[in-house]
Design a protein around this ligand. Structure first.
Ligand code: MN
Length: 277
């Protein structure tokens, strides 16, 4: 059965970002977001921490336990947003720091039985890094971080982004072919419906074709508001996910509009009505 999750951002520098709840990583902030998530029937939360060092392990453990929630996934994007690191940086030392940053988060997430996400940390090839070199760097990093995740019995989630955010992979099919041909056996695709609305000819078909490589879904409407507030028809997407036997999370990675609680409520409704079918 598919599961539902909602995003919680713990990074002040990302407060304009597409996350439903934004709070400082204190007990009070996390508890309140988790309380609302549980009240709305979500199975889990996806968190976006500042770093492995700043990961609020105890607060999160307590908040999840109090509200009977799971940790769905952990984002690594603060490595880019806050620390300006990414995996394809022209400076090899910064590339190593980017990998170490992600490995640290894999370890924190792994303790909770959750996977880490490589989205904006994939970066873009630029300067004296050619596309081919960039892809080699990406393949090497994903394979090695995927191995790292396997220590925790987890996969690593790789998220193709839209053309304005990366020049590596923007479509699921090309990313799937890449993972399969580059020895990235412990990496799965994160299919973000907002990016897919920009890049795919047919998002449902892309999910069908990615099949068992689909590891996580960012559940967003075309405008990155809650599903139901944009132009996306979720029916064929759910049909595709059912057809591939997907039993992972649908996670609402969207703007907190008109309010965080309303965005969470509408997201929960848009997921849970399918679960009861
Ligand atoms: Mn996403």
């Amino acid at each position: 059965m598919m599961k539902s999750a909602v995003t919680i951002c713990l990074v002040p520098e990302a407060k304009q970002g597409p996350f439903v709840f934004h709070c400082d990583p204190t007990a009070a902030g996390l508890q309140e977001s988790c309380r609302i998530a549980a009240e709305l029937g979500f199975h889990g939360v996806e968190v976006f921490p500042e770093s492995a060092e700043a990961f609020p392990r105890e607060h999160l453990m307590r908040s999840l336990a109090t509200h009977h929630l799971s940790l769905a996934a952990v984002g690594t994007g603060a490595g880019w947003v806050k620390h300006k690191l990414h995996m394809c940086h022209a400076d090899s030392q910064l590339r190593s720091q980017a990998r170490a940053f992600i490995a640290g988060i894999i370890d924190r997430a792994g303790e909770f039985g959750a996977p880490a996400i490589v989205g904006s940390m994939q970066g873009r090839f630029e300067g004296n890094i050619s596309r081919d070199t960039g892809l080699n760097i990406l393949a090497d990093a994903l394979a090695s971080l995927g191995d790292h995740a396997s220590r925790h019995g987890q996969v690593l989630l790789y998220e193709p982004l839209n053309r304005y955010e990366t020049n590596l992979f923007t479509q699921q099919a090309e990313a799937a072919t890449f993972l399969q041909s580059r020895d990235c056996g412990n990496v799965r695709l994160l299919c973000d419906l907002f990016h897919m609305n920009i890049e795919e000819a047919d998002s449902a078909r892309a999910i069908l074709e990615a099949g068992s490589l689909v590891g996580h879904i960012h559940w967003a409407d075309s405008n990155r508001w809650a599903m139901g507030r944009g132009q996306t028809n979720p029916n064929p997407i759910i049909a595709a996910l059912s057809s591939i036997g997907y039993d992972g999370y649908l996670s609402a990675e969207i703007f907190p509009r008109p309010t965080a609680t309303e965005a969470a409520r509408q997201s929960a409704e848009s997921m849970h009505r399918f679960f009861s079918q």
